[in-house]
Design a protein around this ligand. Structure first.
Ligand SMILES: C[S@@+](CC[C@H](N)C(=O)[O-])C[C@H]1O[C@@H](n2cnc3c(N)ncnc32)[C@H](O)[C@@H]1O
Ligand code: SF4
Length: 417
């Protein structure tokens, strides 16, 4: 598995040099020069921990959460004040864990960010279904949140219990969403669970759109090596049939595919913290991506407190990209939206896409993975499946390895991928 990703990496970066993350960091971050910069805030608390979940999360306690938000606000000012004036950014996303558990302080965090940044494309936040109440939604809306994403996973009790989660009260959720509308209401589903059929998935999607969602994310189940989930992954052939069938169903219904795994029922609904050229992350495990480097904060809450309390950034690892590595990173995440504009690549790197990857584009067209229309490369259904398939390898060889180490060591010496 890692053999495939290593070979692809060597081919596309034209180098045998691995992605090397080192235990060193810049105290001053180069975000002022970045265009199309997004913000991300990580809140790692959950009321109960799901055994399949790979994210950086800890069991909620009010005291710990309050202490964490204090540190987070300090980190925001520490970074934000590195550059004079207010920097224009696209969006702000709160991810977790369960950021809705800190609703009482969401406004304070947004206000701290607004002292340094001008947010032009809205604010998104993740909720657990238990958090979807009129009170919570109204407080979030008053704080400036415009998009919400709810971790439904499945409306079928059978799959909720396979995942070790509780039954969802759909009618309570629907009436809260009716009472407090948002620009985007996204619901997360997990597919390729044991025994899951096309009808199961189809009825989940129908139910989501009938219950107040205007956007759905259908994530393939990933069995991370460091989680203790007993859930077995679905075989490739079955998974492909399910993904193709559900994609076709959504497209026939007139929903637009806003990324590999997301569909919207209205054109303006979108929810993606991934497809941005650069981003700046705050909190434990948050990552930041700039023109020449990528950095990741420590996963350990106590180490995060220690660093921030002495005015130092909580960066655990940094990778300084070669030009080709950065290009691959850009292409990989831009392709997540199922479309790549050659002009965007040239604007970002100052060199034509065809000049750097002409052969690969030709091959991808010949293999039926992409279609080209005047410099716009769009993924076909086949291409989307293979992207999804490769993404799975990437997740298991890169993210699995990195997160597996980071959840045990606050500041690892070095990681090579
Ligand atoms: C941070 S959680 C969402 C908010 C909230 N914590 C919740 O669980 O309802 C992000 C999403 O990641 C997805 N996810 C978590 N573990 C996964 C796995 N092993 N494979 C695929 N998707 C997963 C779930 O769909 C989940 O809703
Ligand atoms: S899936 Fe959501 S609630 Fe469950 S552990 Fe992960 S972040 Fe927490």
């Amino acid at each position: 598995m890692s053999f495939i990703t290593s070979l692809t990496r060597m081919w596309l970066t034209r180098s045998v040099q691995p992605f090397t993350f080192k235990n060193e960091y810049d105290q001053t971050l180069p975000f002022a020069e970045c265009e199309n910069l997004g913000l991300y805030v990580h809140i790692p608390f959950c009321k109960s921990i799901c055994n399949f979940c790979p994210y950086c999360k800890v069991l909620y306690s009010k005291e710990l959460c309050e202490k964490y938000i204090d540190a987070l606000v300090q980190e925001i000012h520490l970074v934000g004040s590195q550059h004079a004036g207010k920097k224009k950014v696209t969006s702000l996303y709160f991810g977790g864990g369960t950021p809705a558990l800190a609703t009482n302080r969401t406004k304070e965090i947004i206000d701290a960010l607004k002292e340094h940044f001008i947010i032009s494309e809205g604010i998104g936040l993740e909720l657990h279904p238990d958090n979807v109440t009129v009170d919570v939604l109204q407080t979030l809306k008053d704080a400036g949140v415009t998009k919400i994403s709810i971790g439904v996973q499945s409306f079928r009790n059978k799959f909720q219990s396979i995942l070790g989660r509780k039954k969802i009260d759909i009618s309570a959720m629907r009436s809260a969403l009716e009472a407090v509308p948002f620009e985007t209401v996204s619901m997360d589903f997990i597919f390729a669970l044991p025994g899951q059929t096309y009808d199961d998935l189809k009825s989940d999607i129908d139910e989501a759109f009938a219950s107040g969602a205007n956007h759905v994310a259908i994530y393939p189940f990933i069995d991370f090596t460091f989680t203790e989930s007993p859930v077995a992954a679905m075989p490739k052939k079955e998974k492909r049939e399910l993904l193709d069938a559900i994609t076709q169903y959504c497209l026939n219904k007139g929903y637009s595919r806003s990324s590999i795994w997301t569909f919207s029922s209205v054109p303006d609904a979108n929810y993606s913290s991934m497809t941005r050229d650069n981003f700046l992350g705050f909190g434990c495990s948050a990552t930041s991506l700039f023109k020449e480097q990528f950095k990741i904060n420590t996963f350990d809450v106590e180490s995060y407190f220690e660093r921030i309390s002495i005015g130092k950034l909580a960066t655990s690892l940094t990778i300084r990209f070669t030009k080709r590595q950065r290009m691959i990173y850009w292409l990989f995440w831009t392709a997540y939206s199922t479309k790549v504009e050659a002009s965007d690549f040239e604007r970002f790197f100052g060199v034509p896409l065809k000049k750097m990857y002409g052969f690969e584009l030709w091959l991808a067209k010949r293999l039926g993975f992409i279609k080209e229309d005047e410099g716009t490369y769009e993924m076909t259904l086949k291409g989307a499946f293979y992207y999804h398939y490769y993404e799975h390898f990437y997740t298991l060889s890169y993210i699995d390895k990195m997160w597996g180490i980071m959840r045990k060591e606050a500041f690892p010496e070095r990681i090579e991928l």
